[in-house]
Structures are given as C-alpha cells and as structure tokens.
Design a protein around this ligand. Sequence first.
Ligand code: Z5A
Length: 207
Amino acid sequence: MIRGKFITLEGGEGVGKTTNLAFIKDHLQHHNIPVVVTREPGGTYLAEKIRHLLLDADSEDISEQAELLLMFAARAQHIKHVIEPALVRGNWVLCDRFTDATYAYQGGGRSMKASIIECLENLVQGTLKPDLTLLLDAPVEIGIDRARKRGAFDRFEIEKISFFERVRRAYLLQLELHPERIKLIKANQPLVDVQRAIVDTLRVLLR
Ligand code: Z5A
C-alpha cells in the first residue's frame, strides 16, 4: 500500500482555513483520492476534550507551559489514533492546523522558545512531517474582522491585536525556514482567487 500524503492548513484568525478545507477535500475526492479531514487541537475523543479545555474562555489562567504541553498531548493522541493509521492505509490526511500553529501561537504569540517546541515536536512526531502546508496569510485586521462576525470568542480570540501580529510574523518565519514544505496563499483576495491558488499549489502533489 502506498502511504498517503499529509496536508496541513495554517494561518491566523479568520483567514479561511475551515472554508478552504471543505474545498480541498472536494478537489481531492474529485481526483479519486480517499481523504480524512481532521483538525488540531482535536481529532480524537481525548484530543477534543483537551481542545475544549484549551479554548474555554472562562477557564482558570492556563500557564504557557501547560498550554504547550496540552497542545502536544492532544497531538500525540491524534497522530497515534487518526493521522498515522490513515496515512498507512493510503488515505490522504487534510488537517486544520498542526505544529506550525504551535510555533506561531505558543512560539510567536506567547514568546516560548522555539528550541523547547522543537524538543516536543521530535518527541511526539518522530519523523512525521506534513508533505505540504498551505499557509493562508492576510493582514491581521482582515482575519479578525471576518472571525469576529461569528459571535462568541474563545480563549485565543480574546487576545490583543499585538498577539496576532506576533502569530503572523512567526508563521512567516516558518515559511522562510521551510520553503520546500510551506506554500504561501494570499488570503486577502476574493475566495475564487484563493481557491485557484490552492489548486495550483496542490498540482505538485497530484502529479
Ligand atoms: N492553537 C494553538 O495555539 N496552538 C496549536 O498548536 C494549535 C492551535 C494546533 C483553534 O482554533 C485555536 O487553537 C486557534 C489556535 C490555537 N486559535 N484561535 N483562535 P481554530 O483553528 O479552530 O479556529 P480559528 O483559528 O479561530 O479559525 P477560524 O477563526 O475558524 O478561522 P478560519 O477557519 O481560518 O476561517 P473560516 O471560518 O473559514 O472563515 C472565516 C469567515 O471568513 C467566514 O465567514 C468565511 O466565509 C469568510 N471568508 C473566508 N475566506 C474569505 C475570502 N477569501 N473572502 C471573504 N470572506 C472569506
């Protein structure tokens, strides 16, 4: 059985990850590719419980270390029970956020050291890395404006603009560090143009 491909979608608030996840799934299925769609934090029973704890805006103050460790605890479950088995079955995995989000939010947003994140990445993932990461990028105000129209805010969405500016910069740094894996998609253009850029980028994997 040929191992499936692992595709992740990344970007700040409201850049269109969820919207485009559905589009990519349809596009891959149109090419007769079996796809598993999932998200982080989450994707398994335990990881979804951890997600709930992490996003709860009424939670007690969560320390930066606890937040980071919970992200990786959820990821360990997700890899073991969903991602790795699907790839081994030959399915492609399409995941809404993965470890680049940790570098962006805990590294950039919370200013935690990249070397600590890297340690946990190695521990939890071993050699597993996405084959392709689509980084949807837009000015912070545009994404926040889109996301906040949806109503109630989670524990991340209540952060200040400066937090999201650091997140965006950290994502762009990841792009600089891993240009072979991460591809930039400009998300501040009409959806039809965003999706055209996504299809162009996916062509390499579909060959
Ligand atoms: N997190 C972390 O800190 N560390 C980690 O390691 C991981 C995660 C894995 C999970 O939230 C939170 O966990 C996240 C980071 C943290 N922080 N927050 N907040 P999430 O991923 O579930 O949710 P999110 O980031 O808040 O995503 P979102 O706000 O749902 O945004 P989105 O999925 O990118 O956008 P969307 O829902 O597809 O689109 C938003 C609106 O814009 C919607 O009405 C669309 O119709 C519209 N839209 C989309 N594209 C366009 C274009 N091109 N033009 C116009 N309108 C558009």
